[in-house]
Ligand binder design. Structure first.
Ligand SMILES: Cc1ncc(COP(=O)(O)O)c(C=O)c1O
Length: 363
């Protein structure tokens, strides 16, 4: 077992003045505004995890032969800290992120960061940069990540890594706030194949999805939905979100965790909250043809995407090279809105949720 690491705190000598900080937090574009600090923990074959510190957020200096630049050995997480009405800050199910990070590390042949250390690192950053957490509907988006730092050209697991956490105050993920999104169905590109890295949160998955995302933007869409790589028939997930279908009878369907989609923490939470609210939820395959015909017949009432960054957002329309269709008259769905409100209330400490979901940070 790794002995408990003690964090060295080396505060930013030139933090952003309060006025400039507050101005940059007014309606920040997602992922563009960063806080004053970061957490860094090092790992080597010889020392294991060591040198945990909170420091000013400064650029890394890396060798041009650094392994991550060539072979992409990198994983990350996405989570948020929320400010409750009483001013307290909470994380949402942070140990789930810690466990997913470990699974991603295992798939990419990287060292396993103990869950407690992952959560403590995130807590340290949130606590030190707490004034960057927006009030109201915004939140502090946290980005833990790990990359290979060994200076070596060759295809093998690296012998040295850096784990880091950075943070940015954010508002809504999609421009234009709470509105249904239009989604491009990629008929050419796929995201992940069986035996690949689809269930891991590694940078390479997202690089591979960019061509489809650009195709989506060129066709006036907000996001791209991928089909399975072998039959090109079954709906899998979006570039950065999972997907749910709400049928006319009130039941919900979501693609099963087949190994090719990311096991979203929002997805798991929605399944639990929907069941709590009396909906039947089925984790089963749903084909693109079925989706089109259910949308046209009205058997499908709503569809929504979900993830930490976007929360729950209705899908209003699907577009594809071979045609498209509208879902539920293109409006925000009622079930979607109710599940979103419940999740939001738990995340912000306005309603109690299942044990362990809201994780208060001691400031
Ligand atoms: C590909 C992909 N699917 C789904 C999700 C949703 O996961 P979560 O709900 O844990 O944010 C994300 C976001 O992390 C993602 O990148």
């Amino acid at each position: 077992m790794t002995p408990k690491l003690k964090f060295t705190i080396d505060l930013n000598a030139h933090p952003t003045p309060a006025e400039a900080r507050d101005a940059s937090m007014q309606d920040p574009a997602f992922g563009r505004v960063f806080t004053d600090h970061m957490v860094v923990i090092k790992w080597t074959d010889e020392l294991g995890w060591h040198d945990a510190r909170v420091t000013a957020r400064v650029p890394f200096s890396i060798d041009p032969a650094c392994a991550v630049l060539h072979y992409g050995q990198e994983i990350f997480e996405g989570m948020k800290a929320y400010r409750g009405e009483d001013g307290a800050l909470s994380l949402f199910r942070p140990f789930e992120n810690a466990r997913r990070f470990q699974h991603s590390a295992e798939r990419l042949m990287m060292p396993s960061l103990p869950e407690d250390l992952f959560v403590e690192a995130v807590e340290q950053l949130v606590s030190i940069d707490r004034d960057w957490t927006p009030v109201g509907s915004g939140s502090l988006y946290l980005r833990p990540f790990m990359f290979a730092t060994e200076v070596f050209l060759g295809i093998k697991p690296a012998s040295a890594y850096t784990f880091c956490v950075i943070a940015c105050p954010v508002g809504p993920y999609f421009k234009g706030g709470d509105r249904p999104v239009t989604v491009w169905m990629s008929e050419h590109y796929t995201r992940a194949a069986i035996g690949g890295t689809g269930a891991a949160k590694c940078g390479g998955n997202y690089a591979g999805g960019l061509a489809a995302q650009v195709e989506a933007s060129r066709n006036g869409c907000d996001q791209v939905v991928f089909l399975d790589a072998s039959e090109r028939k079954w709906v899998e997930e979006l570039g950065g979100m999972n997907i749910f279908f709400v049928m006319k009878d009130g039941s919900l369907v979501t693609p099963p965790l087949s190994g090719t989609i990311l096991p979203g923490i929002t997805r798991a939470s929605v399944i639990e909250l929907a069941r709590e609210a009396g909906h039947t939820v089925r984790e089963e395959r749903y084909s693109i043809d079925q989706w089109a015909s259910d949308a046209k017949s009205g058997d499908l009432a709503e569809a929504f995407v979900c993830g930490t960054a976007a929360t729950l957002v209705s899908i209003g329309e699907i577009r594809a090279a071979s045609g498209g269709f509208v879902i539920g008259a293109g409006a925000i769905g009622q079930t979607t809105a109710a599940l979103k409100a419940r999740l939001n209330a738990i995340q912000r400490g306005q309603q109690p949720g299942p044990a362990g979901w809201s994780h208060r940070i001691a400031l």
